[in-house]
Design a protein around this ligand. Sequence first.
Ligand code: NAD
Ligand code: UDP
Ligand code: UDP
Length: 323
Amino acid sequence: MLARRRRVLVTGGAGFLGSHLCERLATDGNEVLCVDNFYTGSRDNLAGLLSNQKFEVIRHDITFPLYVEVDEIFNLACPASPIHYQHDPVQTTKTSVHGSINMLGLAKRIRAKILQASTSEVYGDPEVHPQDEAYWGRVNPIGPRSCYDEGKRCAETLFFDYRRQHKLSIKVARIFNTYGPRMRPYDGRVVSNFIVQALTNQPITIYGDGKQTRSFCYVDDLIDGLVRLMNTCDDVVGPMNLGNPAEITMLELASMIVNLTGSRSAIEFKPLPIDDPKQRQPNIRLAQDSLGWHPAFSLHDGLRKTIAYFESLMIARGAEAAI
Ligand code: NAD
Ligand code: UDP
Ligand code: UDP
């Protein structure tokens, strides 16, 4: 029997996660509408979809109203790397707050199901470890990361208020650090930084003492979690952690990437950015129980795929000068 084809809107669909999500949704037989202002996304990310009759892309900033007709909305629009979200912090907050209000208003008018891409950053620099969804977090409201963290926290508030006030069908995913092909080489995130540095034999830049931890999820696993969450019944709302609980220090990550690439890079220590969380690891029991979801890719396998992607990018663009 054929599954029912849906019309699905993906905001931020030209970005790293959004483009993988658009591909997955199209492969599943849905009509996909990608909306993006191309701040950090690109048409290159959508190259595999542009000739697909069931795929459409609109250049639009979600801080402005949007009138379309769809069945489901994945709200991913928001720059995610510190360099980009701190470049224009007011626009970052507007994207999470005004953008969410517009997408929720749209969902309310057309009675569409709507999922918010929230983040582990809502936990801030946590005193609870690993973090479960009941933890309220420890976030600085006035620091350089606040535009992102507090914007995402306010977006969660808006989602839950639209559910209470307007009976919307909502889903909130708290996404932990995710990596994979189509991360931008110079967006400052640790996995892309270390891989590019290792492949070009540049020093690996460790911020602080490198003992801070993160837990990295491969992109295909994360996208599968988002799709499963959207497909749950109305009672499953979240917030729900999605991430890989395998925790690692930045020093260990650096040495793993140096080994996998056979690099000659040395380690270079640099100052730790302000408010950089010391540790982060998801408790994913809720996602396991309600979605039957668990990440399938080990860090080792995911990094190999990601390194292969950056190698092909370097070959395509002509060695390190152009990457
Ligand atoms: P990304 O920067 O690659 O993608 C974000 C996309 O949103 C880009 O295509 C950008 O052009 C677009 N965008 C930004 N502002 C917009 C606006 N006002 N209107 C329309 N489009 C806009 O980042 P990503 O890693 O793909 O993250 C996608 C989402 O997932 C974000 O909401 C992010 O907060 C969330 N998230 C990502 C991670 C991660 O590790 N990648 C972790 C937690 C949460
Ligand atoms: N909105 C939108 N598309 C729609 C419907 C609404 O972008 O199809 C925007 C609209 O501009 C409004 C926001 O969503 O500012 C919130 O809509 P809602 O109906 O909740 O609030 P109101 O219009 O009453 O302020
Ligand atoms: N980091 C690092 N070297 C880099 C880039 C980042 O040591 O070249 C550190 C950063 O300080 C943080 C961790 O790696 O402790 C993860 O950083 P990222 O920006 O990827 O994610 P986030 O801090 O948002 O979780």
